[in-house]
Design a protein around this ligand. Sequence first.
Ligand code: MLT
Length: 439
Amino acid sequence: MSYKFSTAMKCRDLHPPHDLPDWPPFFSTMAYLNENYLKLKAGYLFPEIARRVKVFTEANPDAAKRMIRCGIGDVTEALPDAVRAAMHKAVDEMGDRSSFRGYGPEQGYDFLRNAVAENDFKARGINIDADEIFISDGSKCDTGNILDIFGSGNKTAITDPVYPVYVDTNVMAGNTGEADESGAYEGLHYLKCTPENGFVPEIPTVPVDLAYLCYPNNPTGAVATRAQLEAWVKYALANGTTLLYDAAYEAFIQDPSIPRSIYEIEGARDCAIEFRSFSKNGGFTGVRCAIVIIPKGLMGKKKDGTKLAIHPLWSRRHSTKFNGVSYIVQRGAEAVYSPDGKAQVAALIEHYMGNAKLLVEACTKAGLKVFGGVNAPYVWVGCPNGLTSWQMFDKMLNEANVVITPGSGFGSAGEGYFRISAFNSRANVEEVCRRIAAL
Ligand code: MLT
C-alpha cells in the first residue's frame, strides 16, 4: 500500500518512523467527534430561554428593568443560617493545619451519608444503609452520568413531557436514533403524560429495561400516589426494569399520603435507583450537593445473562471520574438535618409553596387551566386561545415582562402548556399574579 503526498507537505509534517506505507492518510489527522451530539435539538432549554431573554433585554432596556424571572427553577432565598454556620465552621477547620482536609472519600463523608440514611430513610421506616448512599455535586449530573454504567441497547422509557436532561444524555450516549419533526427520538419509548392520566403515565404495555420517573414532577408539578408507584414497582420487578427515580422535589410534598421516596414501596430496593438533591430544599443550586441511592442488592445483567450488582459499578465510576464534594459543602448539607436546619428548610418550603398557591389562584382566576403547584414548586398551565408554548413565552415576556418556561421545551406533549416556577420572592410572585390578571 502506498500513499500519495501533496507537494505542499513540509518536512515538519513527517514524523519517524518514516515507514510511510503504514501511515494513515494525512487528511485524517483531526480528532473524530461524538456525532451523537449532532442529533440534539437546538440548545439545552434553559440556555435557549436565557438567549431569548438577552435579545429582549437588549432591544427593550426599560421593559427589562421590570422583568421577573419565573423560568428556570432556581432558588432565590438565602441559604439557611444553620447551613451557613456549618460552612463557616468548616472553612475555619480548613484554615487550621490540624483539621485541614485534602481529598475526601469520593462517595462522601460518613457524617453526611449517615445523616442522610438516618433522616431521609430510617426515621421514615425505610431500609437504606449509609453505604448505599453516594454524595455528588448535583442531580442533573447524576441523572446524566448514571448512563455510564448501563450498556448500549437498553430499551428506555421516558415520560413526555420530561426533564430534558434524561433525553439529551441518552442522545449523547448514542442510545437513540435521530429525532422526528415532533422532537421524539427513535429508540426511546415515550410515555405520554396528559391531564387525562393526571400527568402520571400508564404502565408500559411492553417490557423496558430502564424507566425514568420524576415525582413530584418537573415540569408538570404532578405527584404519583402510593398505588401508582406500587404499580410501577410491580411492573419493574416483573420485567427486570431498573427505575431511575428522581426525587429532587420530594421536600415540597404537602400531602402525607404521597411517598417521598420510591423505597417506601415494597420491592423498590430490587428495582430502583433514587436521586435526591439539596438544591431545592436547602437552596444549594449554587452550592452543589446531591445524593444517589443504589441498594446493594440491585442487579443488572451482562449480555450473556449473568446477573451482577449495580452498586460496585457506580462506586467504581464515582471513584474514577469524581473526587467528591468539598468538605465545606458536605458540612453545610449535614446541617440541613440539624434541628435548626430542619426548621429553616421547612420555612423555605413554606415560602415557596405559598408562592405556588398564589400563582395557582391567579392563573385559575384568569380562566387558565392549571395543574401542579400543590405538592411541587411548579405550576403547569394550559396556554389560552390556542397559543403555542413559545407564543405564550413571547406574550408573557413582551406584555407582562415575565419569563416562564414553554411547555414544548419538555417534549411534544408539553406543547400548549407553560410552566411557572414558584422559586421567587413573595413580592415578585404577587407582582406576577397582578400582571397575569391584567393580561
Ligand atoms: C428546572 O428549571 O427545570 C430546573 O431548575 C432544572 C434543574 O434543576 O436542573
